[in-house]
Design a protein around this ligand. Structure first.
Ligand code: SAM
Length: 288
């Protein structure tokens, strides 16, 4: 079969469930992944003949897309901060909003004159920690997660991206103090309330790890409470805490940070105009 015909079949099968541009973008990602072809090849050689094996791989991916399996899990890869990250069912797919958080941090922390220590809580694929290590080469970066499977993926991503990060296996809900104290703590913890689940797309609720996403309706800030408590004990004086937050709970998150003596709190919107990031300083942190 020729490339153009296969693309037409993709549109025929998928246009009902996805936007047309999304289907185009899936197709381009797949021909790049399975055939090693860049998207412009389709424009130049629409009648390029695809081998039987390649055809099978493309149609297998098409069946999974029909079931709304995320394209990143199908190809096992996600782009984040201009890097490639291995992803599988045990880790959240890195989001563009999280990239905005990392860019904000890189912008602010690049100005720090000396090597700083940074801890990423709930590292998942390692996307935040690894991007910080690559973009702030003077920094010493640590990362923790409760999921050993996620840590294994994150470790592989650090190797693949040639980044140095020290990964640790801990439960932030039961962690008091670590031997190292940090200049900066960052986290994108689980924050989606069970009640928000029904507004979410199938590709998230049926495929991404529950452990990475959901919190009980009655206690939606339980991770932020644990992180703020931990940060107030493990940040150095004037250390900063950066968080990705639930857009509907900005006021509550700010109140919680103030309760734990964080000050100079800044709330930032993401590219969609949603309240998505927060920063606070621990002016009373541990003096080193
Ligand atoms: C929203 S995901 C964020 C993943 C990654 N940092 C990112 O931004 O794409 C939250 C992460 O927190 C981890 N996690 C959940 N409960 C935890 C706990 N009690 N202690 C430490 N990590 C936890 C999950 O395994 C998951 O990797």
């Amino acid at each position: 079969m020729v490339l153009k015909e296969i693309k037409n079949i993709f549109h025929k099968e998928l246009d009902e469930g996805y936007r047309k541009e999304e289907v185009d973008s899936f197709f381009y990602l797949l021909i790049e992944h399975y055939l090693g072809l860049e998207r412009f090849v389709l424009a130049l050689q629409p009648n390029l003949v695809v081998s039987k094996g390649e055809e099978q791989a493309l149609f297998a991916a098409l069946s999974q897309l029909r079931l709304h399996r995320p394209i990143q899990y199908i190809i096992g890869n996600a782009h984040f901060m201009d890097m490639d990250f291995k992803v599988d069912k045990d880790v959240l797919i890195p989001r563009p909003e999280t990239e905005e958080l990392v860019r904000w941090m890189v912008f602010e922390l690049s100005a720090k004159p000396h090597g700083i220590s940074i801890l990423d809580i709930g590292t998942g694929s390692g996307c935040i920690a690894i991007s910080l290590a690559k973009n702030l080469p003077e920094a010493k970066v640590f990362a923790l997660d409760i999921s050993e499977k996620a840590i294994a993926v994150a470790k592989q991503n650090a190797v693949d991206n040639d980044a140095t990060v020290e990964f640790m296996h801990y439960d932030i809900l039961n962690l008091d103090a670590l031997a190292t104290k940090f200049d900066v703590i960052v986290s994108n913890p689980p924050y989606v309330r069970e009640q928000e689940k029904r507004t979410m797309h199938k590709n998230v609720t049926e495929y991404e790890p529950e452990l990475a996403l959901f919190v009980p309706n009655g206690n939606p800030l339980k991770y932020y409470e644990a992180i703020a408590r931990f940060a107030s004990k493990n940040l150095k004086k004037n250390g900063s805490l950066y968080l990705e937050i639930n857009q509907y709970l900005a006021k509550e998150t700010e109140r919680l940070l103030r309760k734990h003596n964080f000050s100079e709190i800044v709330l930032r919107k993401d590219m969609f105009g949603n309240n998505r990031m927060m920063k606070g300083f621990d002016l009373n942190g541990v003096v080193y």
